[in-house]
Design a protein around this ligand. Structure first.
Ligand code: ZN
Ligand code: ZN
Length: 119
């Protein structure tokens, strides 16, 4: 699964469950290879993404594309959680849990959601 596939899967889920935020979610683009995301990732391995840096974008480090599918989906869901739920990690995970009905697992400190959980 490419990162773009993971994004499309999440957007379909949001369209089904939270149509009122789908237009906003669809505008959010993926900013691959953000230099800040790369340097954060080199400093702290588990950090692969952030929001609030470029307008309407989730920034991703270069290594993101090599992550397993459940990590791609889990991390992206968490970042959408930040955009729509709040700045803290707890608020982000709570948004995903309450608005999309998905519990984010953590495997080796990375967010983890199996693709089947989205269908
Ligand atoms: Zn960035
Ligand atoms: Zn976070």
């Amino acid at each position: 699964m490419t990162t773009e596939d993971a994004r499309q899967l999440i957007l379909m889920l949001i369209q089904d469950l939270r149509p009122e935020v789908h237009d906003d979610a669809k505008l959010i683009e993926l900013n691959f290879g953000c230099p800040l995301a790369d340097s954060d990732h080199w400093d702290v391995w588990r950090v692969h993404a952030h929001v609030g840096h470029e307008p309407n974008a989730i920034c991703l480090c270069h290594d993101f594309e090599g992550l397993p599918d459940p990590c791609k989906i889990g991390i992206l869901l968490h970042e959408y959680g930040h955009l729509f739920g709040g700045n803290s990690d707890a608020e982000a995970d709570l948004w995903v849990e309450e608005e999309l009905g998905i519990d984010l697992d953590y495997v080796e400190t990375l967010q983890w959601v199996h693709p089947d959980e989205l269908r």
